[in-house]
Write a protein that binds this ligand. Structure first.
Ligand SMILES: C[S@@+](CC[C@H](N)C(=O)[O-])C[C@H]1O[C@@H](n2cnc3c(N)ncnc32)[C@H](O)[C@@H]1O
Length: 241
């Protein structure tokens, strides 16, 4: 009985924290930047719910910056957000000198919002171009010039496994250095079981409490090429990780 009350109080606490965080993000960043990325959307509302698909919830505005320094990106790099939603991470990635920033999103409605956000964004853009694709990730071929992949817990279970296979197939077709940034890495063990991902950085989630911070962590992995002639880079661990 007591345990149930504690867990209920914790859940309500998390909901209040999440609400305040989202509202602050909307007021302090979205509004001044002229965009709308804050409100989460259930896939049921869009008639798109399905096995392994997760709902829309934005990453934090600073999440990408916490694991990827600007000096670690060159004009040859191409960024891909798997499940890009309203485009918040695409806007964050656009501040780096990527040659191309791509978002793949299942929902045409969310992608239309992303398109407006890209058009209206008042922040700085450094990247070459931003490309928005509306597709189920299962029908999407990962371009063989992509070098940085971002995923905020967009897929679970077998769907996630199928996407990992697609990424590995792309690296095998054209061996190159690819980094995967995975926020809230609930399917990490499935991914590590392939033996092709090496963890190089961890940034703890900015949440109260150890367990919650750990769950919301942002991790960067290097995808190991099968071919030994494309050596994986040595990247420093984030201090305090
Ligand atoms: C947690 S949100 C992350 C949004 C964005 N990447 C960010 O970090 O702000 C996950 C997104 O994945 C999308 N998604 C879920 N299943 C998908 C699928 N099969 N194909 C493409 N996108 C999908 C959802 O619509 C949602 O927008």
């Amino acid at each position: 009985m007591r345990a149930r009350m504690v867990s209920k109080t914790r859940m309500v606490g998390k909901q209040i924290y999440t609400f305040l965080r989202r509202t602050l993000g909307a007021v302090l960043v979205d509004r001044p930047a002229g965009v709308d990325t804050a409100r989460s959307v259930k896939l049921e509302e869009l008639g798109l719910s399905g096995e392994g698909r997760t709902h829309y919830e934005p990453s934090g505005w600073l999440d990408l910056r916490r694991v990827l320094r600007r000096s670690e990106v060159s004009g040859e790099d191409v960024f891909l957000d798997l499940g890009s939603g309203k485009g918040r991470v695409l806007l964050a990635a656009a501040r780096y000198p990527f040659r191309r920033v791509i978002g793949v999103e299942l929902s045409a409605e969310l992608n239309a919002i992303a398109e407006r956000n890209v058009r209206d964004y008042r922040g700085r853009h450094r990247c070459g171009e931003i490309e928005l694709v509306t597709a189920d990730v299962l029908d999407y071929e990962i371009p063989d010039d992509v070098t940085v992949v971002y995923a905020y817990n967009p897929f679970m279970g077998e769907l996630f496994g199928a996407v990992v296979e697609k990424l590995l197939a792309s690296v095998d077709r054209r061996p190159r250095q690819v980094r995967l940034i995975y926020k809230t890495p609930l399917e990490e063990s499935r991914m590590l079981a392939t033996g092709r991902f090496r963890l190089v950085k961890v940034a703890r989630g900015l949440r109260p409490g150890r367990a919650w911070s750990q769950k919301m962590s942002i991790r960067m992995y290097v995808v190991e090429p099968t071919s030994l002639d494309a050596p994986a880079p040595i990247l420093a661990a984030t201090p305090g990780a």
